[in-house]
Design a protein around this ligand. Sequence first.
Ligand SMILES: Cc1cc2nc3c(=O)[nH]c(=O)nc-3n(C[C@H](O)[C@H](O)[C@H](O)COP(=O)(O)O)c2cc1C
Length: 396
Amino acid sequence: MNSKKTSSLKLQRLSKRKPLSFVDPKTPTHVAVKKEIKEFSSRKKDHLLITLSESSQNPRGHSLDQVRLNHRAFPELNWQDISIKAKFLKTELSAPFFVSSMTAGSVHGRAINLLLAELSQEKRILMGVGSQRRELFDNEARKEWKELRKQCPKALLLSNIGLSQLIKTPVIKIFELCESLESLALIIHVNPLQECIQKEGTPYFSGGLSALKQLVKQSPIPVIVKEVGNGFSREDREQLAGTGIYALDLAGKGGTDWSRVEALRFDPLSYERNSGLLFTDWGYSLVDMLFEMLQEKVPYQVWGSGGIRNGLDVAKVVALGCELVGLAQPWLKSIFSHSPHEMKLKTRLDLETSRKSLREFYEGLEKELKTAMFCTGSANLAQLKKGKIKWEGPYV
Ligand SMILES: Cc1cc2nc3c(=O)[nH]c(=O)nc-3n(C[C@H](O)[C@H](O)[C@H](O)COP(=O)(O)O)c2cc1C
């Protein structure tokens, strides 16, 4: 039997495995699905509204503030000599920064994803879409993604699903998510803290590493693992070395703080809100992880994200050794920057204005990254990585 036939049979067998249900099994299926869709949309609306507000951000600052790049008064370069081009597999990217996965959910969801996909297509940067979990039980979601792909056939999209869904879903279903999006790679997000605090959370991670290994073994596209802003410990990084993943996005603390986001969805006087807020600033910072990793050899690419807010941050993260650098909340902020906060989710998005501010934000990132490269005498990203950091404070 040829190998193609064997793998297709394997996939058929896997697809017959019954997925665990998300809700009480006694609830009739159509009611359960309706409930799931309603909850999903309402949660995504909350996320959008809360992440746009300052209270969702880690109030304790960012570790990158302690990192300085080595200024050169004689850079021996001209501005036009600087290239910020990067690569993902065989695809040339115009910049090392990307749109980190975001579910825009129901309100404004399609418009936001369209604007970001247009940017990805036009500028040639990667875009991680938000969790495709809804597509596992709602065909409408699949249609939405297919429509997006039709509108932006050249967008560089990465699929996304959470580890807790991966564990209970046949891999064939996971691959279908990538098919409908025609994605270049699949991102698995791990978010144990968020799942514990979230009202509708699913903190079920047992068997996660073996599910990930199985997925990588069978996946026709590269698999990337990311956190959502709490980072990875040394033990996690070591365990991931045995899974065959293509890249690890460290996603450290210091930016959007998901324990705060979920806490703020509860009543102000509830114990749930207090318990959630207690975990503000939990986890590892990007700089701590990257500093530790100077001594580690890992068999996957290392990407950085979590609290990256401008092109200087991007330069620092590249100089610290990351291949690509992700930003999430700042893209959203720029899309909504033209409307006062209270109006943000009530009015229709003015696509033209949002498009313009998104492009301005992109241009700003490019300018800031190039400035940092010029002033460190780095003509390209490989040069920026070589000894451009000036360690200060606790890291020396
Ligand atoms: C509105 C919103 C929705 C998000 N949804 C997802 C998601 O569905 N899947 C995921 O992996 N990460 C999701 N994230 C997390 C981001 O990808 C990122 O890891 C985190 O917000 C930290 O980056 P930041 O500080 O730049 O926002 C979301 C972020 C935002 C702001």
